[in-house]
Each structure stands twice: as structure tokens, then as C-alpha cells.
Design a protein around this ligand. Structure first.
Ligand code: AGP
Length: 606
């Protein structure tokens, strides 16, 4: 997934592009580039490099600010390594192109158009630029139309033609592009956050619509050449990132914001002590009419789904599946009109989840999306949407999005239980009394962050680590393990502790780091005996245990007590502790906590 921008206006184009690229860098940050066109002289300026936008800014430092329009790109490598050559924009003849997506048939296109000799990079994007140039004879629409007919896969293409210095062109298939205008000109980008704080409304460029960015207007045409009028979406939320404030990394800021984010996500959904989803517009018929529930999600969002599964099975006595979205379509899932699909996604742009959702809907399923970004692709594709109110999440490692997803899912399940007559008023009241404690219980953990920092210091040299627990603890630790590995690069495996003895315990040796959570009343005795099994083989165990549980008399490397809640709500304090653990290990290792290697915040390639 990459970030693309285009700007046509009276501001300094280079500065405008660089500022927008910095806002998009969470989408990919292994290389960056921009190209500008000067309307008067037709002069092209192309600057690109492996590295961050700050590196690109340095090489643009002496450029005169006289261009009229330009395009920019931050890259997450899909085809070809990280190099200046493979960075975007790519120029072929009269064509300058930036691209987000994957053109699956780019090798065939190389052969079909005999492009091998003219290509310099290893990217699919340069192939597209070469085909555009091959078809370009002064008519941008003709060149674009003929080119996209050959493309298989996903693409957001933003193009400039050097002899058309006053217009930027764009066309997309699946990969997102939004556009807006303000007093200073027109802009497009992969994500609303890059449109700048001045944009008050934006357009989602429809698929296979040729969009022209002029200095003062945006024009759109279908492939038959008919002009179509854009539908504007109001931006009624804060798209700015608000900076890191007093924190060294966005991740710490976002971890600390969780209590407020949980409250904000609950706020409009609890009325007079009852769960009220009317603001989400989800009818009880949908909640009562389904016979099966299926989650499609990726990464952390999928882990939120696992917690929802435990709830659905225990509260609704309903079977529920939680599927990796990237696997879902290829396993012949049993989906029909009696299935309710939950698409969970912070960004709302994860293409695996989007495609899985589309597939499920094509089979007749009703869908509810749990999303953090308004107007995102998955939100637009779903029948109903529950927006989390976490605010922009910038750190690649998801934290507040995860726990606000949990809040939304707890409320959804609670409403289902009430609508189905499983919860009476008393049961709903008790359920909510627990849920509304979640922000405070998380805060209790966050207040003791220095205790976790001390534990983290003992793990800095670990190469491998295990996280073990049963039931909901295991689901919680799958997320904890993802956090630790994705930002500290310690190979961390979450394991159902009862399963260890069936093979994996062979890997436990002297001082193997093991993080164990014991938060479930009904499982604690078995979990403690599993912990003793690894300790007897030399493991160094860090125990995260509910404060009201009697500890076994075993020796632990460290013990961190978690504020007590009923079993199913323990995910909130436990997650806060595991997030902080990962954060401090990564920070003390001197790593870039917010932008870990190889990753990006939004995965818009399959
Ligand atoms: C989580 O820390 C990771 N950044 C990643 O697993 C993420 O949760 C996943 O890519 C899904 O993203 P989404 O919620 O935006 O769909």
C-alpha cells in the first residue's frame, strides 16, 4: 500500500506535495518522490529517493517554487526492492505516473508491448507508464481508456502528461482516491487525512472514472466520455493528526488516549442505562434475523473479532467464525442470507477485508462494518456501519482502534442479546455496569506504566518469546504477540497453554521468555499448572494476573497485577499492559516504534 497525492493550485506545489506526503507516510515509507510541471515553461521536475519524506524534502530544498501542478508518492514496495530507481513517480516519454495497487499482469504487458528494453525499474508501475505513453498521442482520455483495458488487478493511477501542464488525471480500480478543492486549488490523495485541514468536503473518485484536477475545479468523465457530477461528502470530523504532543511516539499517545476513546465510542450508544444503536441505524431485525455470524478482518482487527466470538458464543449461544480476510474467499465459506458478516477495520481500506466483505455480500449476507475512518471504502460497501470514535490512529501498531473496536463489538453483542430476549433488563444493566468500567480499569494500568517499563527492560535481548494462556487469555495474547513482534522484531508466538505439551514445549529451554496471562476465573488453575510446566523447563515467566487471584507459589521473573473485572471484560486491562510492554521494548531497543520496518498502516494490496 502506498500513498499518492496530486495538487493543482497557486500554493508552492512542491511544499504542498511534501506536506501531504508526510501525512500519508503511514501508508508506506520505504521511498518517496514527486514530479512537478511548470505551466509556463512546460519544465518537468522529478525528484525521488529511497528513504523517508524528510529525505525527499532535502533533495527538493533548492527547487524554485514556480510549478503549477504536481504529483507525489510514498512507497511500500510490492514489485522491486527499495531503491531510487523503483521509487515513484515513473516517467516514460510524455507520461509521469504514481500508482497505488498491484497490476497482476504486468509481466504479460511487458511481453505484449515489447517494453523490456525501455524499462529501467523492476516495478509494475513503470510498465503502466510505458503503456500509457505508448497510447498517448495528445489525447489523455484516449490513452487512459486504452491502457486500463489491459490492466488486471488493483490500481489508483495519478498521471501528468508533460504537454498538458495544467491538468492532473486520475483513475482507479479498488485502490482508493479522494479529491477536494479549496481556495488554493484542487487536490487528490489516497486518504482524506492528506487533503489538509482546509478541505471541508471531499469526493470519493468512483471506479473507472477519469478525473481531471484543474486549478479551480474537478471534472469527472465515465469511459464513454460522459461528464458526471461528483458527489461531495462533508468532512465533519477532525482529519488532522494533532501531532504527538508530549509523547516521543504516536503509539504512546494513542495508548494513553484509550480511556477517552472508549468513553467516546460508548457515549452515543448508551441511553438511559440501555444499549442504543439507533445512531448506527442497525435494525433489530438484522440482529435477530441472522443464524450465523462471521467476522472478516486482518491483524489486530481480526483479534478483536476473536474476542467478539467468545462473547457471541457465551452470551448468545450462537456459533461464530472469525476468518482471516485474506483466506476467506479461498476456503469456500458457508455464507448465505442468514449470515451476518462483521467487517472490522481501523482504516476501512484494507483490501483483503474489503474483498471478503464484497464476496460475503454477493452470497446474500447482511453486513455490519466496525470502522474508525468515516467514508472509507469498507464503510461505503457495508449495509451498516458502527464507527469507533478513536480519532486518527497514526502509529502502525494498532492500539486505541483495537480497544474501541472491542467496545463497539461488546455493545453490538449486548444489543443482540437484548433484542433476542436473552438479556432481560437486569442482565443488560449488569453487562453495561461492567463495560462502563473498562476505561477506568485501563487507566489504572496506564497509570502504572513504569512498572511495565521495568519488565520490558528484561526482554530487550530476547530473540524469541512465547505468550501463553487459555480461552480468552489466548485471544488476548494473540494480539499481545502481534504488538511485540511488529514493533520490537522479537519473534513472539502466542500459544494456547494447554496445547504446548503437544509439541511446542520442546522449544522451551533455560530462560526462554514467556509472558503468561491469567485473567479467567474458570481457567486460572489450569493456566497456572501450564505455567509450572514451562517453568520446570527453565522458562523465565512474566505473569500478568488478575489482582484478586491467589498466586501459585512458583517463582516468576516478574508479576504485574491487573485490576479485576468479570472474565470477559479483562481484555481491556490486559491489552493495555501488553501494549505498553511492546511499546517499551521497542522504544528501549531504539527502534522506530511508529513506523516499523516492512510495514505500513494501511494494507491496500492483496
Ligand atoms: C496491527 O497493529 C497492524 N498494524 C495490522 O495487523 C492491522 O491491524 C491490519 O493491517 C488491519 O488493518 P485495518 O484494521 O485498518 O483493516
Amino acid at each position: 500500500m502506498c500513498g499518492i497525492v496530486g495538487y493543482n493550485g497557486k500554493n508552492s506545489v512542491t511544499d504542498q506535495l511534501l506536506d501531504s506526503l508526510e501525512l500519508l507516510e503511514y501508508r508506506g515509507y520505504d521511498s518517496a518522490g514527486l514530479a512537478t510541471l511548470n505551466g509556463e515553461t512546460g519544465k518537468v521536475k522529478l525528484r525521488k529517493c529511497a528513504g523517508r519524506v524528510t529525505d525527499l524534502r532535502k533533495i527538493c530544498h533548492n527547487d524554485k517554487k514556480i510549478s503549477t501542478c504536481g504529483i507525489g508518492h510514498t512507497r511500500w514496495a510490492t514489485h522491486g526492492g527499495v531503491s531510487d530507481l523503483n521509487a515513484h513517480p515513473h516517467r516514460c516519454g510524455d507520461v509521469l505516473l504514481v500508482h497505488n495497487g498491484i497490476v497482476e499482469n504486468y509481466e504479460e504487458l511487458k511481453d505484449h508491448f515489447l517494453l523490456h528494453k525501455e524499462l529501467k525499474s523492476q516495478t509494475d508501475t513503470e510498465v503502466v507508464a510505458a503503456v500509457l505513453n505508448r497510447f498517448y498521442n495528445g489525447d489523455p482520455h484516449e490513452a487512459i481508456k486504452r491502457t486500463v483495458k489491459y490492466l488486471k488487478g488493483t490500481f489508483a493511477l495519478v498521471v501528468m502528461f508533460v504537454d498538458q501542464p495544467d491538468v492532473i488525471y486520475a483513475i482507479r480500480n479498488v485502490s482508493p482516491i479522494v479529491a477536494a478543492y479549496n481556495d488554493n486549488g484542487t487536490m487528490l490523495a489516497s486518504d482524506v487525512v492528506a487533503l489538509g485541514a482546509t478541505a471541508k468536503e471531499y469526493i470519493v473518485i468512483p471506479e473507472y472514472v477519469i478525473t481531471e484536477l484543474h486549478r479551480e475545479e474537478i471534472k469527472m468523465f465515465d469511459l464513454a466520455g460522459r461528464q458526471i457530477h461528483p458527489e461531495f461528502i462533508k468532512i465533519d470530523w477532525d482529519t488532522t493528526q494533532g501531532g504527538k504532543g508530549k509523547y516521543p511516539f504516536y503509539m504512546e499517545k494513542e495508548i494513553m488516549e484509550q480511556p477517552d476513546a472508549l468513553k467516546a465510542t460508548m457515549e452515543q450508544r448508551i441511553t438511559d442505562g440501555k444499549i442504543d444503536l439507533s445512531s448506527d441505524g442497525i435494525p433489530d431485525e438484522v440482529l435477530c434475523g441472522c443464524e450465523r455470524i462471521c467476522v472478516v478482518a486482518c491483524g489486530t482487527a481480526m483479534h478483536a473479532g476473536l474476542v467478539a466470538k467468545a462473547l457471541v458464543q457465551s452470551k448468545l449461544n450462537m456459533h461464530m467464525t472469525v476468518e482471516y480476510a485474506s483466506e476467506f474467499m479461498y476456503e469456500d465459506p458457508v455464507i448465505d442470507e442468514k449470515t451476518l458478516v462483521l467487517a472490522i477495520s481501523q482504516s476501512g481500506e484494507t483490501i483483503d477485508t474489503l474483498e471478503a466483505l464484497k464476496y460475503a455480500r454477493s452470497k446474500g449476507a447482511k453486513s455490519i462494518a466496525v470502522i474508525n475512518v468515516k467514508g472509507s471504502s469498507i464503510a461505503r460497501e457495508s449495509d451498516y456501519v458502527m464507527y469507533t470514535v478513536a480519532g486518527p490512529e497514526i502509529a502502525v501498531a494498532s492500539t486505541k482502534a483495537y480497544t474501541t473496536q472491542l467496545i463497539a463489538l461488546f455493545l453490538l453483542v449486548g444489543r443482540m442479546a437484548k433484542a433476542r430476549g436473552i438479556f432481560d433488563d437486569a442482565a443488560e444493566k449488569e453487562y453495561l455496569e461492567n463495560l462502563i468500567q473498562a476505561p477506568g480499569k485501563m487507566q489504572e494500568v496506564l497509570t502504572r506504566k513504569h512498572d511495565i517499563h521495568k519488565i520490558a527492560r528484561e526482554m530487550l535481548d530476547a530473540k524469541d518469546a512465547f505468550m501463553i494462556g487459555r480461552g480468552l487469555d489466548y485471544s488476548i495474547l494473540l494480539e499481545g504477540a502481534l504488538k511485540l513482534k511488529e514493533i520490537s522484531y522479537i519473534h513472539t508466538e502466542a500459544y494456547a497453554s494447554g496445547e504446548l505439551k503437544h509439541g511446542t514445549i520442546a522449544l522451551i529451554t533455560e530462560n526462554t521468555p514467556v509472558v503468561a496471562t491469567v485473567t479467567q476465573e474458570k481457567l486460572k488453575d489450569k493456566e497456572l499448572s501450564n505455567i509450572r510446566e514451562v517453568q520446570s523447563r527453565g522458562a523465565s515467566v512474566v505473569l500478568l494476573v488478575r489482582e484478586d487471584f491467589d498466586l501459585a507459589d512458583a517463582e516468576y521473573a516478574d508479576v504485574f497485577t491487573l485490576p479485576a473485572m468479570s472474565d470477559e471484560f479483562m481484555v481491556f486491562p490486559a491489552s493495555a499492559a501488553l501494549q505498553l510492554l511492546a511499546y517499551y521494548v521497542s522504544m528501549d531497543k531504539g527502534l522506530d516504534v511508529d513506523k516499523p520496518r516492512n510495514l505500513a498502516k494501511v494494507v491496500t494490496v492483496e
